[in-house]
Design a protein around this ligand. Structure first.
Ligand code: PA5
Length: 328
């Protein structure tokens, strides 16, 4: 599984080699991203980048429902690694019905078929891996389509640079990941992923990685919102073992100070704390570095616990019943 993370550079270079082949030029009000789990979180990453870089507003929907804020004037990415996820397919059907401009991103499956049948633009991503490990392929596929549509927030040159960066930091990322896994395993409590804006999406991605690969529940705490609610919950918590992985952008003085404030409170409760500092020269590099370290740490933790990181039995159980639940 580690190999799948080591190959992230290649995933990006594969998309760079096909950069701009698929586009959907037009005038849109918003960009919608419909997807679940390891695919849906790509929408959160796009929203983060678009917010920071002044792209179009991004509406992410992880649901079978289609937000009414998405209309026929909008560009919608239907993203599902397998191409078969029911919630995503139901939302896409609704988006097709209202006449939104759709682009399908998947490795295979019913969505690829639907794209061929309806003449919808399609971008294929890396095949035969676990959905969550295809993060770079799916993210850069969308970034490439946006660039080819005149709505780019990331250029081909920047994408290539990020691939090189990931190659350069791989060894350090592995070391950081192993330290984090040791730390979590020695604490054996609820993992709290603490961090600051604008990195909410990275923290959620980290949560998903530890859920799916290491099979543990995770709480996400994000400053400064944390200071307006969660903080009070730490005044009189029921006693439970916990450990905190605090994620900081060292280039953000306020963000780092906010996290230091959180760390004081966690330490006051006796929770052990470890800090992960994001590396990289840009928001995108920091996002990819953080994703790599958290992903590798979750896989390492799974190994330490004698667990298969790839197996996601409960998701399969849910997916085997999902048609019945939705009545389709
Ligand atoms: O990472 C995973 O395996 C899951 O979170 C899947 O991404 C999720 O179940 C949705 O499936 P898909 O990505 O195939 O649409």
């Amino acid at each position: 599984v580690e190999e799948l993370y080591f190959s992230w550079k290649d995933q990006i270079m594969d998309i760079v080699g096909r950069w701009g082949e698929v586009g959907a030029p037009g005038k849109y009000h918003v960009v919608g991203v419909l997807g679940m789990g390891g695919s849906g979180v790509v929408g959160d990453y796009l929203a983060l980048l678009s917010n920071l870089r002044g792209g179009l507003p991004v509406i992410v929907s992880k649901s079978h429902l289609l937000p009414r804020t998405i209309s026929s004037d909008d560009l919608v990415f239907a993203i599902s690694y397998s191409g078969n996820t029911l919630e995503t397919r139901l939302a896409v059907e609704k988006a097709l019905r209202i006449g939104a401009r759709i682009v399908v991103v998947s490795s295979d499956g019913l969505l690829e078929k639907l794209a061929a049948e309806k003449g919808v633009p399609f971008v294929g991503v890396v095949k035969g891996v676990a959905p969550r490990t295809a993060l770079p392929s799916m993210l850069f596929a969308i970034l490439s389509v946006l660039d080819a549509s005149g709505l780019g927030v990331v250029s081909r040159g920047e994408a290539e640079g990020v691939a090189g960066f990931l190659g350069d930091v791989m060894r350090d990322a592995v070391n950081a990941a192993y330290d984090i896994a040791d730390f979590i395993d020695s604490s054996k409590g609820l993992l709290i992923l603490a961090g600051h804006s604008p990195w909410e999406a990275l923290l959620v991605r980290g949560k998903n990685e530890f859920n799916e690969n290491a099979k543990i529940p995770v709480k996400v705490d994000v400053a400064p919102e944390w200071m307006h609610n969660d903080i009070v919950g730490y005044e009189k918590p029921y006693k439970f073992p916990a450990c905190v992985l605090a994620v900081k952008d060292p280039g953000d003085r306020v963000g780092s100070r906010l996290v230091d404030f959180m760390i004081d409170i966690y330490k006051g409760l006796g929770y052990p704390v470890k800090v992960l500092e994001l590396r990289g020269a840009s928001d995108l590099e920091k996002l990819m570095y953080g994703s790599l370290v958290l992903g590798l740490a979750s896989v390492r933790l799974a190994r330490m616990r004698g667990i298969d990181p790839l197996a996601t039995e409960s998701i399969h159980r849910y997916k085997s019943m999902v048609n019945e639940i939705f009545g389709v």
